[in-house]
Design a protein around this ligand. Structure first.
Ligand SMILES: Nc1ncnc2c1ncn2[C@@H]1O[C@H](COP(=O)(O)OP(=O)(O)OP(=O)(O)O)[C@@H](O)[C@H]1O
Length: 814
């Protein structure tokens, strides 16, 4: 059977397809403003006429009853003020219809006229009609209840329905049904609830009580004295006779002159202030009425509320609503996961620590071990009177006696009165990405950009918010786990954030590490409008991208300013609540995470040209959701410059080879004592936390990106604002005042070396390619170097520095 019906349906559906050409133009019922005025006023008049007829029918209906059947005979005389038609229509609505409640219909028709004329909200009018009709029916049944024949009150319908109900559920049943109808009406229309009724009763009860109390009070005369008098003073006061009948509830005007009398009794001096009666003012008991005034909603608020009511909150993920987050199964499980306690190793290490310290006359009162995935922390409490610095100085000796690499001494452990000695485990366990992603901490995190880095020394999953960092500097010697660390960061975000919420800008000068992410270009990556590849491997492009990000930052600040928001979270919340109009240039803003895999390479070749925008972004971008992650193999001071360091409070150090490098990253030693393979130190400005970085292998990342890449994507990568680099413009008429600040220095360098090449400037002055090229152009314009000669270096036209000085001076004198 079911099959049959479906078949039928399909055939009927298919029918219109058979005649595709027969396109019938639907008649349009849209009224023009003039039509609306005509139609609306007609309805108003009909409404009025109906009202007049009905009203007249109440008085003349009986008289017209006998002649009604003559309708529409012209000669018959009717008493109704609207004559034949009035009498007939009224009879139809009132006697044969709903009785007196029919008046409501005339009102509804009148109202419809007003709505049409003034082009008001049709939905509301519809509501009025629905509710109006229901009220008519209800009233008609109610009125019908009190009548026993067809009469004016409830009309035929009211009477008939009453008899119908009474036959089936009796009189009581009908009354209860009517009461139910009333309750349902109040509940739906006026949002009345059981609680609100209860509250009204409660309020009424307390106000009656208060009224009663105040009345009683008014009856009792009260005496108000200035001071709280002691018993003694009380006695004196009564002796001082203030007649009771004169004292009334009073409030004294402060300006009133008062008579002071000093009374002495048993060495006690008391001042009694007598209040002159005429200065008192009777004040009725004041009741404070508290009125909570709700802030009036602005028009924009009302509009946004309505939009949210109609369409729900704005959902940024709507375009890719079917997007599925990568499942956990794509991540590998490891056999040697989970911590195994080697009791023997623990005991051995403990004994060695105690022995070594004893050799240096350091007594220990207690020792405790916390086992982590790669290291075990021995917390010792030294005996009283032992200086901490003494233990700290013995770091190397303890390491030697424990015969282990990677011993780190924390003296004292911040927040605890103990000293920590971290000793690497003989058999370290892997912290899989799967285990940290699956952890409750990560899954339930409400952070804006949660990152599951790995596990702490006490084997707890460590999750931090990149948005709070707000930028991250990552350093470590080659092969110590930086790339894995970066992948862990990106994987965390991929498992938690929808493509609409976060975009990555990936810079990978090594050209190998981040290529896997190419597959998710149209989901998660952002790029310059004119570039083909989203992952940037070319240093000159990096400069353009960084500058473009600066423009994006400025744009976003402007948007935030116009929306009166302080940060991206507030802005996006407001946008989701439809309080910001996309027509005013507002849009949902995804977070942008810039990842630079090899920063050293970049800063060596492009110098200030990357440092400046990076520093600018680092200083300002936190509020508008652009976050930087910068990794480097070479943590030397010319790579991690002061300005970069100052703006990257969150840092991660993998193992480095020297104490100096460790100091450059962490402002202290420690990174040189790590054991490598993802063993790392994390700081966000204060204490150092030792972590084992979660391990995510390349095949795992590949699976994740493949899973995402196979799904429906946006048409293109997220486009950053266009940045017009100044590479082109070889303008030979360069104004002297427009010259680069380093122009003179560059000229001297070129003249001294007698070699007109841009790369020389790049190397010696640490300039970027673009800037060096621009200076060369300026030198050419000044006549210091010759024309561009292909691959050959340009000819230097000034023989020495003296000649150069002369040339430049002549220029200035011109
Ligand atoms: N968290 C970790 N857990 C276990 N092993 C790790 C971890 N991180 C890195 N390793 C091991 O160290 C090796 C090198 O790691 P990685 O490629 O991340 O180093 P790197 O610092 O990026 O080196 P480079 O700078 O040369 O690219 C990995 O192949 C892996 O075997």
């Amino acid at each position: 059977m079911a099959k049959k019906t479906t078949k039928k349906k399909t055939t009927t559906k298919a029918q219109p397809k058979a005649k595709p050409t027969a396109k019938v133009k639907k008649p349009s019922f849209k009224l023009t403003s003039q039509h609306k005025l005509i139609f609306g006023s007609l309805l108003i008049i009909i409404g009025l006429l109906l009202f007049i007829s009905f009203l007249s029918f109440v008085f003349t209906g009986k008289e017209d009853q006998s002649v009604l059947h003559n309708f529409p005979e012209r000669s018959t005389e009717y008493k109704n003020w609207a004559s034949q038609l009035g009498a007939w229509v009224s009879d139809f609505f009132i006697t044969k219809g709903f009785g007196l409640p029919s008046f409501i219909f005339s009102g509804l028709i009148f109202l419809s006229g007003v709505y049409v004329t003034l082009n008001l909200n049709k939905a509301k009018l519809r509501k009025h009609w629905i509710w109006g009709t229901l009220i008519v029916i209800w009233l008609s049944i109610l009125f019908g209840f009190f009548t026993h024949k067809f009469d004016l009150l409830g009309g035929t319908i009211g009477f008939e329905m009453n008899t119908f109900f009474q036959d089936y559920i009796g009189k009581i049943g009908t009354v209860l049904l009517l009461v139910f109808g009333l309750i349902a009406y109040l509940a739906i229309r006026f949002k009345v609830t059981g609680e609100s009724i209860l509250n009204t009763f409660k309020r009424a009860k307390t106000s009656i009580k208060e009224d009663l109390k105040s009345e009683e009070k008014e009856k009792e005369p009260t005496i108000i004295f200035d001071n709280n008098l002691t018993e003694e003073a009380e006695a004196i006061k009564s002796a001082f006779e203030i007649p009771l009948e004169k004292t009334e509830p009073t409030i004294t005007k402060h300006s009133a002159p008062t008579t002071k009398t000093e009374v002495k009794a048993e060495n006690l001096t008391m001042e009694v202030t007598e209040k002159p009666k005429e200065e008192t003012v009777d004040v009725p008991e004041l009741k404070v009425e508290v009125e909570a005034i709700e802030e009036e909603k602005s028009e924009a608020d009302n509009l946004s509320d309505k939009l949210v009511e109609d369409f729900g909150q704005f959902d940024p993920t709507l375009e890719l609503s079917k997007y599925q987050f990568p499942p956990l199964d794509l991540l590998k499980k490891y056999d040697n996961e989970g911590i195994s306690i080697d009791q023997e190793e623990l005991e051995e290490n403990k004994n060695r620590i105690v022995e070594t310290l004893n050799n240096y006359k350091i007594g220990i009162s207690s020792i405790k071990a916390t086992i982590g995935p790669t290291v075990t922390l021995y917390e010792i409490v030294p005996e009283a009177g032992i200086r901490i610095s003494k233990i700290k100085n013995l770091e190397d000796d303890i390491a030697l006696s424990l015969a282990a690499l990677g011993i780190r001494i924390i003296a004292p452990i911040p927040g605890k009165g103990t000293i920590g000695i971290e000793v690497p485990n003989k058999n370290s366990t892997i912290v899989s990405m799967r285990s940290v992603i699956a952890s409750q901490k990560f899954q339930k995190s409400e952070m804006q950009l949660p990152i599951a880095f790995g596990k702490t020394i006490s084997n707890e999953t460590f999750v931090v918010d990149l948005a709070k960092m707000p930028h991250l500097l990552m350093a470590g010697a080659t092969g110590q786990g930086k790339s894995v660390g970066l992948n862990a960061v990106l994987t965390s975000l991929l498992y938690k954030k929808h493509p609409a919420e976060v975009k990555f800008v990936l810079v990978d000068p090594k050209k190998v590490e981040l290529t896997l992410f190419n597959k998710i270009e149209r989901h998660y990556l952002a790029k310059l409008p004119d570039s083909e590849e989203a992952i940037i491997t070319d240093n000159t492009k990096v400069i353009n991208t960084l500058n473009s990000l600066c423009i994006e930052m400025d744009n976003r600040y402007e948007m935030l300013k116009n929306a009166f928001c302080r940060n991206i979270a507030e802005y996006n919340a407001k946008f989701k609540a439809r309080k910001l109009n996309p027509n005013d240039g507002h849009a949902f803003l995804p977070y942008i995470v810039l990842v630079v895999d090899e920063f050293a390479d970049l800063i060596m070749t492009a110098g200030k040209e990357v440092e400046t925008p990076i520093a600018r972004l680092a200083q300002l971008a936190r509020a508008i959701g652009i976050h930087l992650i910068i990794a480097t193999q070479r943590p030397s001071v010319n790579v991690i410059t002061g300005i970069i360091k100052a703006n990257f409070p969150a840092r991660i150090a993998f193992r480095v080879t020297s104490k100096i490098d460790s100091r450059t990253i962490l402002d202290g030693s420690g990174a040189d004592q790590l054991i490598g393979r993802g063993d790392m130190l994390y700081t966000q400005g204060n204490e150092l936390i030792r972590l084992q970085c979660a391990f995510v292998d390349t095949p795992e990342v590949e699976k994740i990106t493949e899973f995402i890449g196979a799904q429906k994507a946006y048409p293109d990568a997220h486009l950053l604002p266009e940045y017009v680099g100044e590479e082109g413009g070889t303008n030979l008429d360069i104004d002297i005042s427009d010259r680069d600040k380093l122009f003179r220095e560059a000229a001297e360098l070129i003249v001294t070396a007698q070699q007109g090449s841009a790369s020389l400037l790049q190397r010696k002055l640490k300039l970027g390619y673009n800037r060096a090229g621009r200076i060369i152009d300026q030198l050419e314009a000044a006549g210091i170097v010759g024309n561009f000669e292909g691959s050959k270096a340009r000819q230097v036209l000034v023989p020495d520095l003296v000649a150069l000085d002369q040339l430049l001076e002549n220029e200035n004198n011109q």
